[in-house]
Write a protein that binds this ligand. Structure first.
Ligand code: PLP
Length: 409
């Protein structure tokens, strides 16, 4: 077959798929989340019609002549599997642009590289241990100053802003105390002072909350958690609307090179197709477990934003569509030993770091995820010795409660 004939057929196939496609990111803004989770960003493979995005396991792309290529030159810069995922993730967060990274921390690293020596950042004090670590142990050495403060009352933030403050960094619900921060109020404060608002939306996922709609500039996810959803991939992403910020972050993605491989992108693409179904069950099971723990005689306090007595329950109701599957609780015997006896006796809740997978996990922030925070600082921020964190999975709720009952005797 002549080359020109072959090219003609390929162009015809591409055009044909494009014209019939409802999958294109630009076309699907009117579709609801459940539809976008399945269709956004993905197109049938133009060369075979494969409905699932292929894993383009390649490092480079052949060019007809120097510069004459199909938009792909080298796989650190672009990969079609990654492009599909970036467009899908942007769509489900109601954002224009998506950028994927090798982990949530790699995404965090890229955002912090927007800063210059001398710049200041205000950060919520109850946050992911690794985020605290990269700020205090890596970026502080480059002359960037971080203030960790309570943001339960967003109005308190204003008192910490100086002429050098460039960024406001929030996580809500927070990890592990499930505090709620008012995203819209933070956006107002950030923009009044020319600051970039970054929101780590890992705990809520786009199913429960869309920070872009509330004025956030950059949404960050550890896709390792609910987006991937099956505890089989480490991945991170950034979602945003501003073209200048997107260009700077895309530059970081390519020049620093912390990009995910195509197989990992494919796993996240596959994971998000069931996000809505999984999150619905995470929410139902989370509620059942929180209510069980709340009345248990050995339990001192349950942290879950769905309780009307949660300090920011009203803000949670305003900005979230449900309360999720993350729950923390303390014991009346507030000791590491008491926590250990619970942690080692559950059978269905596996003792492990991480969260957001279909299976239930139990963890001890003081010695695990938040082990890198000094004890004094940890206790000051309310992370007591007996604090136990649950990532409630999508198993049967009665079985999960029975498992906790056995461990809490
Ligand atoms: C896990 C997590 C991160 C870091 O993501 P990795 O994928 O582990 O690098 C950041 N923020 C939150 C809230 C997390 O739970």
């Amino acid at each position: 077959m002549h080359n020109s004939c072959l090219i003609g057929i390929v162009i015809y196939l591409c055009a044909n798929y494009q014209s019939k496609s409802v999958y294109n990111k630009m076309d699907n803004q009117n579709y609801k989340l459940a539809t976008r989770l399945i269709h956004a960003g993905v197109e049938p493979d133009p060369s075979t019609g494969a409905i699932m995005t292929p894993i383009y396991q390649t490092s480079t792309y052949v060019q007809a002549a120097p510069g004459d290529h199909k938009g792909y030159e080298y796989a650190r810069t672009q990969n079609p599997t990654r492009t599909a995922l970036q467009n899908a993730l942007a769509s489900i967060e109601n954002a224009k642009y998506g950028l994927c990274f090798g982990s949530g921390m790699a995404a965090t690293d890229a955002v912090l590289k927007l800063l210059q020596p001398g710049d200041e950042v205000i950060v919520s004090n109850d946050l992911y241990g690794g985020t605290y670590r990269i700020m205090t142990k890596v970026f502080a050495h480059y002359g960037i100053k971080f203030s960790f403060i309570s943001m339960q009352n967003a109005g308190d933030i204003e008192g910490y802003i100086t002429s050098k403050t460039r960024m406001l960094w929030i996580e809500t619900p927070t990890n592990p105390l499930l505090n709620i921060i008012d995203i819209a109020a933070c956006a107002q404060i950030a923009h009044a002072h020319n600051m970039i608002l970054v929101c780590d939306n890992t705990f809520a996922s786009p199913y429960l909350q869309n920070p872009i709609d509330l004025g956030t500039d950059i949404v960050l996810h550890s896709a390792t958690k609910y987006l991937g959803g099956h505890s089989d991939v480490v991945h991170g992403c950034l979602l945003l609307n501003d073209p200048t910020l997107e260009e700077r972050l895309r530059f970081m993605q390519n020049s620093c090179g912390a990009v995910p491989g195509p197989h990992d992108c494919w796993l996240v693409l596959r994971g998000i197709k069931t996000l809505h179904i999984r999150m619905q069950r995470h929410c139902e099971n989370g509620e059942a477990v929180a209510k069980y723990l709340e009345q248990h005689p050995k339990v001192a306090k349950v942290y879950w934003a769905g309780f009307p007595h949660h300090p920011n329950h009203d803000i949670a109701k305003k900005q979230m569509r449900g309360f999720g599957g993350m729950i923390s609780f303390t014991l009346k015997d507030d000791s590491i030993e008491a926590a250990m006896s619970v942690l080692t006796r559950t059978k269905l809740f596996s003792l492990a770091e991480s969260l957001g997978g279909v299976e239930s996990l139990i963890g001890h922030p003081a010695t695990m995820t938040h082990g890198s925070i000094p004890r004094e600082e940890r206790i000051k921020n309310g992370l007591s010795d007996s604090l136990i964190r649950l990532s409630v999975g999508i198993e049967d709720a009665d079985d999960l409660i029975a498992d906790l009952a056995t461990a809490l005797v």
